[in-house]
Write a protein that binds this ligand. Structure first.
Ligand code: NAP
Length: 511
C-alpha cells in the first residue's frame, strides 16, 4: 500500500531523534480510554498520549450510553476534557481502527497501544424469529435516543402498539423502560435527541414488561436505578405476588443458584394464578443475606406493587415478569415480516421445582433485547469469543494463552469492557484503567517499553491519515461541535441539542 510505504519512511526518520518520549495510542475515547490516558499522563512525565475514536465526538458511553435524564453522570466529561487539553495529549476523532488505520500500523507508529474501544455490538438470544422487524437491541434504542449517528434512522415504531417487552432486567433495561414511560415533558429538559423526543411524544406505548429469566432477588439492576423507575409519576407497578414469595428455610448456597430447567409456557402477555407458584423462590433468603444490593432490590420490588384498589390516575403500567425467558418470536398475522408476539418459557431455579400450566395470551409489536453488549474483534487481535473480550491478564494482551505457554503481545494493552466484559458503571473503568496502567508502568520499569527506538507517534499517524484523506476531528474541532450543540440547546431550554448525523457533525467542524 503506497501510503503505508510513506509512513515507513517517516518511521525511519524518527529513529534518529535524541530524546523521544514514549508514545502511546489509546483506541477509544470512552471512560476506559480517557481514564487510561489521564492516568498515564499523571504517572509518566515524558509520555505522549494520542486518543483516537471512530466517531467525530469523544466520550463514548458517556455521550451515547448514559441516559439523558442522568446529567450528573455526564459531569465526568469535564475531567476528560482537562486530560484532552493536556499538551502531551491529543484527540483524533473520525479515525476508525481497522479502516482508517490498522492495528499493525498503529503498533509500528507507537511504542504502545491501549485498546479501549468498548462493546459496540449485542449478545443475541439465538431463538427463532429474532430477525423480525420490531425487535431491537437495547443498545440500538439507547444510541437512538442519545443521538448516536449510527442509529439516527432507527425509527422504532412506537405508534402501532401500546405494549413494549424488554428482555433482561439490568440497568440498561431499566433505562430503556424509564425513557419509554417517563413523561416527555420531563425528558424535554434533557439532552435527549430531538428525533427521539418527538417520537416519544407521539408514542402509544402505555405498558412496558420487563422480563427476567431469574427471580426478583437476582434482578441484575441496582437499587438506585430501580427506585428511579418505580418513582415515575402516575405509573402502576405490577408484579405477581407469587414471584415475591420467599421462605427462610432454603439453604441453597449462592454458587449453586443457576438455571436448571426450562418449561414451555406460552405467550406474552401472561395472566397466571398465584397458586401455581407455591414452590418458587425459597432460596432467595440466603442470597439476600449474602448480598446487600440484592436485598435492597428485592425490598423495593416487594413494596412497589400498586394496590389493586388504589385510585387509578395512572396512564402507564410497568410489569415485572420473573422466571421467564423468550423461546420464540412470532410473526404477526397482519404484518408480514413483523413481530406479532413472543412465546415464553418458564424457568425454574435449581433445587426448586414448580409445575406450571397457564392460560396465556398476548401480542407484542415492540421488543427490546437488553441482555448485554458485546465487543467486536478486529484484525488478528487475540479474542475470546465466548467472553467477548480481548484475551488478557490484568490488561496485558496475551498472544498465546495456553497453559504451558503464556505469551504477551509486547506493547499492546486493553482496558474497559473490551478487557473485562460489558459490566460495571462508569467509575468501574477508573479501577480498570489503574490496573492497565500498572502493567504499562511495570513494562517501562522492566525495559520492555522504551523509547530507545523512537516512534513517529502523532506526526506519523496524521501523515498517514492525511494520505488516506481521513478528515481528522481534533479536540478543538470537537469543541466547535460542543459549542454549537450547547447553543442550539439553549434555544430550547435544554443542556444541548445533539447533532445526530455524520454530515451535520462534520459540517460544523469544517465551518
Ligand atoms: P447486565 O447488568 O449484565 O444485565 C443483563 C440482563 O440480561 C440480566 O437480567 C440477564 O439475566 C439478562 N440476560 C442475559 N442473557 C440472557 C438470555 N440469554 N436470556 C434472557 N436474559 C438474559 O447488562 P446491562 O443491563 O446491559 O448493563 C451493562 C452494565 O452497565 C451493567 O454493569 C450495568 O449496571 C451498567 N449500567 C449502569 C447504569 C447506571 O448505573 N445507571 C446504567 C446502564 C448500565 P441474568 O441475570 O439471569 O444473567
Amino acid at each position: 500500500m503506497a501510503s503505508f510505504g510513506k509512513f515507513r519512511w517517516i518511521s525511519r526518520q524518527f529513529t534518529t531523534h535524541p530524546s523521544a518520549p514514549l508514545r502511546i495510542c489509546v483506541v477509544g475515547s470512552g471512560p476506559a480510554g480517557f481514564y487510561t490516558a489521564e492516568k498515564i499522563l499523571k504517572a509518566h512525565e515524558k509520555v505522549e498520549v494520542d486518543i483516537i475514536d471512530r466517531l467525530p465526538t469523544p466520550f463514548g458511553l458517556v455521550r451515547s450510553g448514559v441516559a439523558p435524564d442522568h446529567p450528573e453522570t455526564k459531569i465526568v466529561t469535564n475531567q476528560f476534557s482537562r486530560a484532552a487539553r493536556n499538551e502531551r495529549c491529543s484527540f483524533f476523532g473520525n479515525v476508525c481502527l481497522g479502516s482508517s488505520v490498522t492495528l499493525p500500523e498503529l503498533r509500528e507508529m507507537y511504542n504502545a497501544v491501549v485498546l479501549a474501544y468498548g462493546a459496540e455490538s449485542d449478545r443475541s438470544l439465538g431463538i427463532p424469529g429474532e430477525e423480525l422487524a420490531g425487535i431491537y437491541a437495547a443498545r440500538e434504542f439507547v444510541w437512538w435516543y442519545n443521538g448516536h449517528p449510527d442509529c439516527r434512522n432507527l425509527d422504532p415504531d412506537l405508534k402501532s402498539t401500546d405494549t413494549a417487552v424488554i428482555f433482561g432486567q439490568g440497568n440498561v433495561a431499566l433505562d430503556v423502560a424509564r425513557i419509554l414511560l417517563r413523561p416527555t415533558a420531563e425528558l424535554a429538559r434533557t439532552d435527549i435527541a430531538s428525533h427521539a423526543l418527538a417520537a416519544l411524544e407521539e408514542s402509544s406505548i402505555r405498558k412496558v414488561y420487563l422480563v427476567g429469566r431469574r427471580g426478583p432477588v437476582q434482578a441484575a439492576c441496582t437499587a438506585k436505578e430501580l427506585r428511579e423507575v418505580l418513582g415515575i409519576k402516575d405509573l402502576r407497578i405490577h408484579i405477581q405476588p407469587a414471584d415475591l414469595v420467599t421462605t427462610p428455610t432454603d439453604e441453597v448456597c449462592r454458587s449453586d443458584i443457576h438455571l436448571l430447567t426450562w418449561f414451555h409456557v406460552g405467550y406474552l402477555i401472561i395472566h397466571w394464578t398465584d397458586s401455581l407458584f407455591v414452590y418458587m423462590i425459597t432460596w432467595a433468603k440466603i442470597e439476600m443475606k449474602n448480598n446487600r444490593i440484592r436485598k435492597r432490590v428485592y425490598e423495593l420490588l416487594s413494596k412497589a406493587v400498586t394496590p389493586a384498589h388504589a385510585p387509578h390516575p395512572a396512564q402507564r403500567e410497568l410489569h415485572f415478569v420473573f422466571f421467564r425467558k423468550p423461546d420464540k418470536f412470532l410473526e404477526s398475522n397482519d404484518r408480514s415480516g413483523h413481530l406479532g408476539g413472543v412465546q415464553l418459557e418458564k424457568t425454574i431455579l435449581k433445587g426448586k421445582c414448580a409445575s406450571y400450566t397457564s392460560a396465556c395470551e398476548g401480542l407484542a409489536w415492540l421488543s427490546l433485547k437488553s441482555i448485554g453488549y458485546k465487543s467486536i474483534a478486529i484484525d488478528d487481535l487475540p479474542f475470546d469469543s465466548d467472553k467477548g473480550i480481548v484475551t488478557n491478564i490484568g490488561g496485558r494482551v496475551l498472544s498465546d494463552a495456553s497453559k504451558d505457554h503464556m505469551q504477551y503481545e509486547t506493547g499492546l494493552y486493553v482496558c474497559g469492557w473490551l478487557k473485562r466484559g460489558p459490566t460495571g458503571i462508569i467509575g468501574t473503568n477508573l479501577y480498570c484503567a489503574e490496573e492497565t496502567l500498572a502493567c504499562i508502568s511495570d513494562d517501562v520499569v522492566k525495559g520492555v517499553l522504551t523509547s530507545n527506538s523512537p516512534k513517529p507517534g502523532r506526526d506519523g499517524l496524521l501523515q498517514l491519515l492525511d494520505s488516506r484523506n481521513t478528515r481528522v476531528v481534533t479536540f478543538d474541532a470537537w469543541e466547535k461541535i460542543d459549542a454549537e450543540e450547547r447553543r442550539r440547546g439553549n434555544l430550547k431550554n435544554k443542556p444541548r441539542e445533539k447533532l445526530t448525523t455524520w454530515e451535520e457533525l462534520l459540517k460544523v467542524v469544517s465551518e
